[in-house]
Design a protein around this ligand. Structure first.
Ligand code: COA
Ligand code: AMP
Length: 633
């Protein structure tokens, strides 16, 4: 039996022993009563009775334990031409003062704080400051529009919102404050205070009595101590796309999260304390939460916060520069970033300018890694390139090649094998029975999920049970379809719902359809995700107009494109739609989105027996042809 098999088998046979041992690597104010608490199964909790503080574990114990002068955070911002390093002592002090400033706004343990921030150190500091206070942060990605922010404000009901005057998108300044003000106007749950970071590129107008200047508040604050919280208390809420316009508030606890992430740094990424780890993502996504902020710091590493893009800031060599300049040993990003680099520098000529001799491994996640991109990265970087699969819900990898346990052979197209703690099965969607190896079905995890995964949805336990635990009783439904091959390798092929993945960003086509349907000229609509060589998928809309609408179709299309940008945000990358006479449906009225997607992608498809009129598929093909689909790579 190989080392991976051994560790994996133990994790399933003795979860209490396995995770109880892993939990020794965390400092607890009080030990747990139970490692795995199954008293409310199928709702499970980890480390019930335990008390700790996540910020203490991420900062203070390192600052006081010999790492005071080691770099904790390197802020590398090509868009502002800045590089700034915070040692563990400096970051701890900055976080303690920021926590004091947050507490001065009336925030205490259990209160929610929304962060709507660009990629600046203050974003990381604010997240850790909330953790220090036992307050629950909820970071909203900057590329979401005011309406999406408002939905999250109404769900989380924050006492305080922390934001900045602007973000920078390559050359463009995006003013955040007008979006924030609009969101608060729309929301019914108004925050008492907003703390606004004034960046020099754009100054925000302040609302008297509500808005406070971030730097002034921090300067006036006294450092705040770590507040001990229950292991099962929420550390954060992170909203992610569901199948409707109402996003799901994924909850992360303190105890299980700290244990799992600390464990993952050595066992999955094979990184040691003191080394430099870089996740090129955004703090608004789960990858940013787990692997820019919490995991590297819990492990005593140096983390890199990069305010830039893989290309254009200034060129396709940006990633190589950051790796070389900061001695990065391990990097994590989405395949789309590598597709963007490859598109601009197919031969990888810019690599020759940098010394990458200390770089050991590249990890990719966020979307399926196409074998082409994997092979290109392997050939150019000459290090292991590891695809691993996870979700906002899980907070860390479900399947990976655990380099710190045993490096297994890479199979392109597969994120390798289940991570210890995950008992993955493939079930037949119709019968719920397990399917033979090599057969595609719904990928599920036998309950309980390992520590660190979402125990519930914010204020929506019933929705959590309905969405994840009901279709296949006893299992967590990942929402992904795929298979496990003869060697036990997992292959994740597609979503089973209407979620699409655009440039590694998870988006709901259902939410976009809600926006299109709100246009006064639109009678019916559908949105599908079509293949895109750079972003993996792009949304594409189909509109059926109300009878008698005589306005030019192009104008209506432009209006719905603008509507999605305004209501969901530029991150949706919704740029094309086409007007059709009718939508293909089953006789029971279900829109055949899967068939439409197959036509758009030029894949073979069977005309469903239940279709009400097969001729509609020809009309759809014609409409797609007018937009240039199917596209040939
Ligand atoms: N604030 C405001 N707007 C933002 C934003 C932010 N934080 N982030 C993105 N946007 C905007 C972009 O400016 C763009 O607007 P546009 O339509 O006016 O051009 C739109 O949202 C889409 O952004 P993005 O998905 O980043 O596409 P892009 O074309 O600008 O760049 C890539 C393409 C591949 C370079 C980019 O997607 C990338 O770096 N991806 C890395 C993947 C990643 O970080 N994934 C996270 C999970 S690991
Ligand atoms: P998010 O919650 O934004 O992290 O998106 C999670 C979804 O992205 C998963 O359910 C998958 O559909 C997809 N995904 C993430 N990583 C991978 C991967 N390595 N391979 C295939 N799909 C992935």
């Amino acid at each position: 039996m190989g080392r991976y098999e051994e560790v994996y088998a133990r994790s399933l046979a003795d979860p209490d022993g396995f995770w109880g041992e892993a939990a020794q690597a965390i400092d607890w104010d009080r030990g747990w009563d139970k490692v795995l608490d199954d008293s409310r199964a199928p709702l499970y909790r980890w480390f019930t009775g335990g008390v700790l503080n996540t910020c203490y574990n991420a900062l203070d114990r390192h600052a006081d334990g010999g790492r005071a002068d080691q770099a904790a955070l390197i802020y590398d911002s090509p868009v502002t031409d800045t590089i700034r390093t915070f040692t563990y002592a400096e970051l701890r002090d900055a976080v303690a003062r920021c926590a004091g400033a947050i507490a001065a706004q009336g925030v205490t343990r259990g209160d929610r704080v929304i962060l709507y921030m660009p990629m600046v150190p203050e974003a990381v500091i604010a997240m850790l400051a909330c953790a220090r206070l036992g307050a629950i942060h909820s970071v909203v990605f900057g590329g979401f529009a005011a309406n999406e922010l408002a939905t999250r404000i109404d769900d989380a009901k924050p006492k305080l919102i922390m934001s900045a005057s602007c973000g920078i998108e390559v050359q463009r300044i995006i003013e955040y404050k007008p979006l924030l003000d609009a969101a608060i106007d729309m929301a019914t749950a108004k925050p008492e205070r907003c703390m606004i970071l004034q960046r020099p590129m754009a100054r925000a107008a302040m609302v008297p009595g509500r808005d406070v200047d971030w730097n002034e508040a921090v300067a006036a604050a006294a450092p705040h101590e770590c507040v001990p919280v229950a292991a099962t208390d929420p550390l954060y809420i992170l909203y992610t796309s569901g199948t409707t316009g109402q996003p799901k508030g994924i909850v992360r606890d303190n105890g299980g999260h700290a244990v799992a992430l600390k464990w993952s740094m050595k066992n999955i990424y094979n990184v040691d304390p003191g080394e430099v780890y870089w996740a090129a993502s955004d703090v608004g996504w789960v990858v940013g939460h787990s692997y820019i902020v919490y995991a590297p710091l819990l492990h005593g590493c140096t983390t890199v916060l990069y305010e830039g893009k893989p290309v254009g800031t200034p060129d396709a060599g940006a990633f190589w520069r950051v790796i070389a300049e900061h001695d990065v040993c391990t990097m994590f990003t989405a395949p789309t970033a590598f597709r963007a680099i490859r598109q601009q520098d197919p031969q990888g000529t810019l690599l020759a300018r940098y010394d990458l001799s200390r770089f050991r491994a590249l990890f990719l996640a966020g979307e399926r890694c196409d074998p082409d991109t994997l092979e290109w990265a392997q050939e150019k970087l000459k290090v292991p390139v590891i695809d691993h699969w996870w979700q906002t819900e899980t907070g860390w990898a479900i399947a990976a090649n655990c380099l710190g346990i045993e490096a297994l052979p890479v199979k392109p197209g597969s994120p390798t094998k289940p991570v210890p703690g995950w008992d993955l099965r493939i079930l037949d969607a119709a019968t719920g029975a397990e399917v033979p190896r090599g057969t595609i079905g719904a990928i599920v995890g036998k309950l309980p999920m390992p520590p660190g995964c979402t125990p519930t949805l914010w204020n929506a336990e019933e929705r959590f049970i309905q969405a994840y635990l009901s279709t296949f009783p006893g299992y967590y439904e990942t929402g992904d379809a795929g298979y496990i091959d003869e060697d036990g390798y997992v292959f994740v092929m597609a979503r089973t719902d209407d979620i699409i993945n655009v440039a590694g960003h998870r988006l709901s086509t259902g939410a976009m359809e809600e926006v299109l349907a709100s246009h006064p000229d639109v009678a019916e609509c559908a949105v599908i995700g079509v293949h895109d060589t750079l972003k993996g998928q792009l949304p594409l809309g189909f509109l059926v107009l109300n009878a008698g609408v005589a306005r030019p179709e192009a104008q209506i299309v432009a209006e719905v494109v603008q509507l999605v940008r305004e209501r969901i945000g530029p991150v949706a990358a919704f740029k094309s739609a086409v007007v059709v006479k009718r939508l293909p449906k089953t006789r029971s009225g279900k829109i055949l989105r899967g068939t439409m997607r197959a036509i758009a992608d030029g894949e073979p498809y069977r005309t469903p027996a239940t279709i009400d009129d097969p001729a509609i598929l020809d009309e759809i093909a014609e409409a797609l042809k007018s937009l240039g689909y199917p596209k040939r790579d």
